[in-house]
Design a protein around this ligand. Structure first.
Ligand code: SF4
Ligand code: SF4
Length: 139
């Protein structure tokens, strides 16, 4: 799930059954690989926002934002089909989200909440609970 999922309207049978239940309702954004406590502290802030999750897969680290495209119509069709962005045009419905492609089972790491990520950081960094004092010394 390393690219923004979008809808391919042309393959009518498959997409009409799906009604864009999967694509067009979220996007992903690749981020730099987090390494330091400061990096992970920033990720904690990001994952604290509603409808924002973080995952890592073979392509790297990503924010996953579950947010429906404003152009997705109630009938599952694209409201700006003729001028839809290129990334939407490039997306194929061959082996797409409808088929179960690229879900949480494919992630190496998956953080849905602040507490998920905080627990991971606590294991990863011995001084995680002292990070604010350490940040203050570094500034
Ligand atoms: S998830 Fe796949 S089948 Fe469903 S609308 Fe999108 S491209 Fe079509
Ligand atoms: S612009 Fe159209 S095809 Fe692209 S994500 Fe939005 S509804 Fe889907």
């Amino acid at each position: 799930m390393s690219k923004i999922p979008v809808k391919q309207i042309d393959s009518a049978d498959k997409c009409s059954r799906c009604h864009a239940s999967y694509c067009c309702t979220y996007f992903t954004h690749q981020i730099d690989t987090p390494r330091s406590m400061s990096d992970f502290d920033t990720l904690l802030w990001q994952v604290s926002h509603e409808q924002t999750e973080i995952y890592k897969d073979e392509d790297g680290w990503f924010l996953l934002l579950t947010t429906r495209c404003q152009h997705l119509q109630d009938d599952g069709r694209c409201g700006i089909y003729e001028v839809r962005p290129q990334i939407c045009r490039d997306h194929s419905n061959d082996n797409c989200e409808f088929d179960g492609l690229c879900g949480p089972d494919d992630f190496d790491l998956y953080f849905r909440t602040h507490d998920d990520l905080d627990a991971y950081c606590r294991k990863r960094f011995r001084k995680w609970d002292k990070r604010f004092a350490l940040f203050a010394k570094q500034s």
